[in-house]
Design a protein around this ligand. Structure first.
Ligand code: ZN
Length: 716
């Protein structure tokens, strides 16, 4: 991301002495211009082919191992659960609440290894239904019911201190708000299952949805240590609830089924109910003084966070064994027959137990009530399945133009204007029937809020020191011209813009994690991959991608992040941030030797992080073939072995053949090929979760061409 140290007016502008000092750090090879590229290419080809021989030999020796990795490791993650659902069937209600469409089917309810009340294990049939993807939040509750009884306040946190009757009243309020028939008699608490409105799940529905096709104690398999990836419970909750949806979902895409808050079911509790319960759609005993709670809570031991664990609780907490602030709920709704009768493949009866056939991502907003107008509704549903399945987000805001770097600086606002203009020309909204979804980034409202300035600063300091962040703010305020070196000019607005650049990455991550899009490209500036813990460098102020990786881990609870950096420069800042960290695999292709001087093959990480930094230095003059080879032969096997939970790209386009700074010969098509490989890795390992972030790229046409090709490949 740095200006090419060439002997031009640009160099003279900065003054000889300083430039000379910069030049001394830079190896001589970078002075090569493109006209000398051919001779260099021959040398490169020789190097690459030597490299290739080594790889081939290694490949032969380890062919079986690689095969094992491809077949075993990449599929193993979901294979173990027994239900390899990749993307859940999600609909959105009129009020914008996400629900998962759960197909009818048989399952084995109860456990042989659990407590006495979990046995006997027995076969149960459940009709199709819709279930809230998340526990009901305080924000959702507050919109329909006055007040917020919760102890641990937070709009996105689950509502708690919920009596059973309060939960039922909310179900009725939500039904009325959407023009559906309320299920509950608010005097007696009697539930009318024939009404089409919202209600609490039956115990059988809850367990069926939780198991999501699995038969083990927990839906992720037998390894108890994995519970922390899926649940907030006694060992990781810090004695409180957490915003919903931060942990991994179950195989059907439902979040927080274990932990966070225990969830009310509609059923009355009876310890020995399973001995005599009916086979089809059981609804609990007729009488009793306790209601069923499922799933365990933030305060629960691991043993209570199991698919079949059940407990009876006084509906008004008179005799509580759970504390009140442990108890919340989620809603269900019987699936309307108009959808079930369509014969559309996602509801094909033969496909009921085949997660691959019932899993699609569906947008459902805008339909008044899907039982009313079956034919047009289904039309809508079908078109949206295709629409949403390959949705790609585009993150951009005009605020990114406000970071002003001076008239002759290559990292200038016109870069983003060129990108946006090109995508608009190409029909940003309709490209290949798979529209880009425009996302407004978090820009850090100083007043606060979950995405306000204080919150964003908290994330920025997971990578940078608080003193540095403060220094950037002050420098901008005081009108200082450069941040740490003349490479990185700043304007009074630059601090705010740099914070918003981080906000762009975080908003993209949130959208992908919420399942609203499969992947996203962030058109933002200033770039980030050279920025160090306490220092700006090479046009970069905050390390957008490194902060994104920490956000994925700490906010969303995912453990492993792959960062692919194909900017023509080595991402020294990103490498440094994770050099001793085995949870982030950093892979970089870059011109070498070149600015910033780091990125040799010998830099592989340190301590526990040894082997988790993979540098592929390439001599000047390399093009599509050499890059593709590096991606296929080095990145792909290593990444699949690492098996990331999320993939980030430091997408610099300064390796483009027309770039005034880089000395490479990559074309837009080459960038598309690299994109496809990385996207394929994300799809094999982590349901396609990928966020790409702009770094360099300084030839306006080359940049626009490359981004267009990159985004098209993301949309494929
Ligand atoms: Zn660069």
């Amino acid at each position: 991301m740095r200006e090419k140290p060439k002997r031009t007016t640009e160099a003279r502008r900065h003054g000889g002495r300083r430039i000379a000092r910069r030049f001394t750090r830079i190896p001589a090879l970078i002075y090569a211009d493109k006209s000398r590229g051919n001779r260099k290419s021959a040398k490169i080809r020789a190097e690459i082919s030597g490299h290739q021989r080594a790889i081939t030999m290694l490949g032969i020796l380890s062919a079986f191992l690689v095969l094992f990795i491809l077949l075993g490791v990449s599929c193993g993650k979901t294979g173990k659960s027994g239900a390899a659902a990749k993307t859940p069937t999600v609909i959105e209600t009129k009020a914008g609440i996400e629900m998962v469409l759960i197909p009818a089917g048989w399952f084995e309810m109860g456990s042989r290894r659990g407590k006495a009340d979990e046995s006997p294990v027995h076969k149960v049939w459940v009709d199709a239904f819709l279930m809230d993807r998340y526990e009901v939040t305080q924000e959702q509750y507050g919109e329909l019911v006055l007040g917020n009884p919760s102890h641990f306040k937070g709009p996105k946190s689950p509502v708690e201190q919920m009596s059973w009757a309060d939960a039922a009243r909310y179900c009725n309020a939500r039904s009325r708000a959407e023009g559906l028939e309320p299920c509950y008699d608010e005097e007696s608490g009697e539930c009318d299952f024939s009404a089409n409105g919202y209600r609490l799940p039956t115990e059988a529905e809850w367990e069926y949805a939780c198991r999501a096709g699995t038969a083990t104690d927990r839906f992720f398999g037998r390894e108890e240590r994995k519970l922390k990836d899926y649940a907030w419970y006694a060992e990781n909750s810090f004695e409180k609830t957490h915003p919903v949806g931060q942990k991994k979902p179950n195989p059907w895409g439902i979040y927080d089924m274990y932990g966070n808050v225990a969830e009310w079911c509609n059923d009355i509790y009876n310890e020995s109910y399973y001995k005599n319960s009916r086979e089809k759609s059981p609804r609990g005993p007729a009488e009793g003084d306790k209601y069923v709670l499922r799933g365990g809570a933030w305060s629960s031991s691991a043993d209570k966070c199991r698919s079949s664990y059940r407990v009876g609780e006084d509906p008004g907490f008179q005799d509580a064994c759970f504390a009140r602030d442990d108890i919340g709920f989620r809603c269900v709704r019987s699936a309307p027959h108009s959808i079930l009768d369509t014969g559309y493949r996602i509801f094909d009866k033969s496909g009921i137990h085949d997660p691959a056939s019932n899993i699609q991502h569906v947008a459902y907003s805008g339909v008044a009530s899907f039982s009313l107008r079956p034919s047009s509704t289904i039309q809508y549903l079908v078109s949206n399945i295709q629409y949403q399945a390959s949705r790609t987000g585009f993150i951009y805001s005009d605020i990114y133009l406000q970071h002003r770097t001076g008239t002759n600086h290559p990292e200038r606002p016109q870069r983003l204007e060129a990108i946006v203009t090109r995508l608009e020309e190409k029909g940003l909204g309709e490209h290949r029937g798979s529209p880009l979804r425009l996302v407004t980034p978090y820009t850090g409202d100083p007043a606060g809020g979950p995405h306000g300035l204080p919150a964003l600063l908290e994330w920025i300091t997971t990578v940078h020191t608080a003193q540095y962040v403060e220094r950037v703010g002050k420098s901008c305020q005081e009108g200082i011209e450069y941040m740490d070196s003349i490479d990185t000019p700043i304007s009074p607005e630059s601090y705010e813009v740099a914070v918003a650049a981080v906000g762009g990455v975080l908003s993209a991550i949130d959208e992908v994690m919420a399942g609203k899009m499969r992947n996203a490209f962030c058109a933002l500036r200033p770039p980030g991959h050279h920025a160090l813990k306490d220092r700006a460098m090479g046009f970069c102020i905050f390390n957008n991608v490194a902060i994104g990786a920490r956000y994925i881990q700490k906010k969303h609870g995912l453990s492993k992040v792959l960062i692919v950096d194909w900017d023509v420069h080595h991402g020294n800042g990103t490498q440094a941030a994770f050099y001793d960290d085995p949870t982030v695999l950093y892979f970089s292709t870059h011109q070498y030797p070149f600015y910033p001087g780091s990125g040799s093959r010998e830099e592989k990480g340190t301590g526990k992080g040894l082997g988790y930094t993979v540098n592929v230095p390439l001599p000047a003059g390399c093009g599509d073939e050499e890059y593709k080879k590096a991606f296929e032969e080095i990145l792909r096997p290593r990444a699949v072995e690492f098996n990331p939970d999320f993939v980030l790209i430091s997408a610099g386009f300064d390796a483009h053949r027309d770039d005034p700074i880089g000395g490479m010969n990559v074309t837009a098509r080459g960038f598309a090929e690299m994109t496809s490989i990385v996207k394929d890795i994300a799809e094999k390992c982590c349901e396609g979760r990928l966020v790409s972030v702009l770094e360099g790229g300084y030839d306006l046409d080359g940049l626009a061409d490359s981004v267009e090709a990159h985004v098209s490949a993301l949309q494929e």
